[in-house]
Ligand binder design. Structure first.
Ligand SMILES: C[S@@+](CC[C@H](N)C(=O)[O-])C[C@H]1O[C@@H](n2cnc3c(N)ncnc32)[C@H](O)[C@@H]1O
Length: 232
């Protein structure tokens, strides 16, 4: 690792003050989280180094962990329901899942293409949740574009995992699930960069776009849903 002074000087010259400060804050946030919980989430994995097929890589974002403080504010702003089944699309090393575990989720599910990152996420979750058997978790290895939503998942989290074509497939799968089991769902988009497929999605409504940690985040809910009628 570079000397922080050398790194800071080079970064200021190449990337300017705002991006240098933002990288420094990310570094401290990730380092502190890992130190506190004995996990390993901090190191960025640039897109060319992800162990995923080239055609998926072309639409993928690099691995970078959510920052704890703004993500916590986003979860609080979203007014989530009591019964949460939380899914992170592109869960990387599992940091967002570990943060969500503090918000009363019944189950945490991560979908991640990279087998190496999946392994790391499982190890991290195991370490973080070792004294909390009441929180179930699962990391599914595979392409988000092919993921078929389960019909109890109701909080879906994205941190810039992939570009619009994959996001559209994910939203079609979510729509199929909502047709099978109508319910209220919350889509949380942390640090949105690829928002067009969400904005265009006819069954989603933007509920709020709060700014935390200097970045805009999006909170969507589905427009209308028919609560299931119990015919038993
Ligand atoms: C910016 S990271 C977010 C990590 C994690 N959600 C968090 O907040 O800490 C985006 C992740 O999406 C994954 N990803 C990209 N394309 C994917 C795809 N098609 N299917 C599944 N995962 C994908 C990448 O491997 C990367 O780990």
């Amino acid at each position: 690792m570079k000397n922080p002074i050398t790194w800071g000087y080079a970064s200021l010259r190449e990337r300017g003050l705002t991006r240098t400060l933002s990288s420094a804050v990310s570094f401290i946030d990730n380092w502190w989280f890992d130190l506190r919980y004995g996990t390993d989430t901090a190191a960025v994995v640039q897109t060319p180094l992800l162990d995923i097929p080239a055609q998926v890589k072309a639409l993928a974002h690099e691995y970078r962990a959510s920052k704890a403080a703004p993500m916590r504010k986003l979860l609080e702003a979203a007014e989530l329901p009591e019964n949460k089944v939380f899914l992170d699309m592109g869960c990387g090393k599992g940091k967002a899942l570990m943060i969500a575990a503090d918000y009363g989720c019944q189950k945490l599910i991560g979908v991640e293409y990279s087998p190496t990152l999946c392994e790391r996420a499982r190890d991290n979750l195991q370490a973080r949740l070792k004294n909390r058997p009441e929180v179930a978790f699962e990391v599914v290895q595979g392409d988000a574009a092919e993921y078929e939503f389960r019909d109890d998942e109701n909080v879906i989290y994205f941190y810039n995992p992939f570009a619009a074509p994959i996001a559209r497939s994910v939203l079609r799968s979510l729509e199929r699930s909502l047709q099978r089991v109508p319910r209220q769902v919350w889509l949380l988009y942390y640090v949105c960069e690829f928002r067009e497929s969400f904005d265009e999605c006819p069954f989603l409504e933007l509920k709020a776009a709060p700014v935390f940690g200097g970045c805009e985040h999006l909170i969507f809910i589905n427009r209308c849903y028919l609560p299931r009628v119990n015919t038993a």
